[in-house]
Design a protein. Structure first.
Length: 322
């Protein structure tokens, strides 16, 4: 006669030991209490997110399908606003500038952040240096823009320095090279934050890995390529998404640096955020084109979503475990 089947888990369980918890079930009072408190804690945040994020986003899409000045009755336009903005040379310039900020300024920010991280990793006084580099990130962009203007304006600090060393043909930075100066300012303004984040990831790498690389005769580039870069990949992926989202929202620095008290910056320095502002309240004729500006906002939102999804897919890889 065949022997009865015996559950190996039941046979291995000592007498009097608790049963294995059922999948998905809360077995302890603490777990049951946490399960009961899940929705009460989540619901307020969910309501606020819906009211202040999802609702305005859906409203912007609805407004983008209309012609509206913010007061009178809306008139249906369908996709006409989207056709018009892609035919608008100012919007195309703003979109190109936004992509330049995203990719060009972003590449400079990350290259400089990694270079400073590797330079400061073993340097004495690196905490003080990190604080100095991080300082622009905690100052209002409006204040930084005013300082940047004092630095590059005619008769400013840089112009006075060039005069002092005998340079006769001094460049007009704010007239001929305004967009370049804006991009350099954004690199300076943003680098400190990413140096701090990346350096926090580098600090988690065991020092013995770098010591073994030095014993093996590895160069600084080889240490970065085979140790630092793979072991900080998760941090890099996160900061890439963070930069993608934040770079498309840069507004106040460009407005305060390139504009005046009565006018916007030249349209050649606009990004999509300034284009949206200029089409509604910023003085671009005609004013108060909420449907037109909402169409630009929808295009910007779709661009952000597509880029974030692509970046998450491109940066998806297995994390290196130590």
């Amino acid at each position: 006669m065949a022997a009865p089947a015996i559950d190996p888990l039941a046979r291995a369980r000592p007498p009097g030991s608790p049963r294995r918890p059922r999948a998905g079930g809360a077995t302890s009072p603490l777990q049951r209490r946490r399960a009961r408190m899940f929705w009460p804690f989540l619901l307020p945040a969910l309501v606020l997110y819906t009211v202040f994020m999802v609702g305005p986003t859906l409203a912007s899409f609805w407004i983008s399908l209309h012609s509206w000045d913010g007061i009178s009755e809306m008139s249906w336009r369908g996709l006409t606003n989207f056709q018009l903005i892609f035919g608008d040379p100012v919007f195309r310039t703003a979109l190109v500038n936004t992509l330049v900020i995203l990719f060009g300024v972003g590449a400079a920010v990350f290259a400089l952040s990694f270079a400073l991280t590797m330079l400061l990793r073993d340097m004495a006084g690196r905490r003080f240096a990190r604080a100095v580099i991080f300082f622009p990130s905690i100052v209002s962009p409006l204040v930084l823009a005013i300082f940047w203007g004092f630095l590059f304006q005619q008769g400013g600090l840089l112009d006075s320095f060039l005069t002092g060393i005998g340079v006769a043909d001094r460049p007009n930075f704010l007239g001929d090279h305004l967009w370049l100066v804006v991009c350099v300012g954004m690199v300076w303004m943003s680098t400190g934050l990413y140096v701090t984040i990346i350096m926090a990831g580098v600090d988690q790498i065991p020092p013995y890995l770098y010591e073994e690389c030095e014993l093996a005769g590895a160069s600084a580039w080889q240490r970065f390529r085979y140790v630092t870069f793979p072991l900080t990949w998760d941090v890099i992926a996160t900061t890439t998404v963070l930069w993608t989202v934040s770079s498309l929202k840069i507004f106040d620095f460009i407005l305060a640096f390139g504009g005046t008290t009565n006018d916007l910056p030249p349209s050649g320095t606009w990004n999509t955020a300034l284009f949206i502002y200029g089409s509604t309240f910023g003085g671009r004729v005609p004013l108060y084109r909420f449907g037109y500006a909402s169409a630009a906002a929808v295009v910007t939102l779709v661009t952000v979503i597509v880029l974030v999804v692509l970046l998450r897919r491109l940066t998806r890889r297995e994390a290196v475990q130590l």
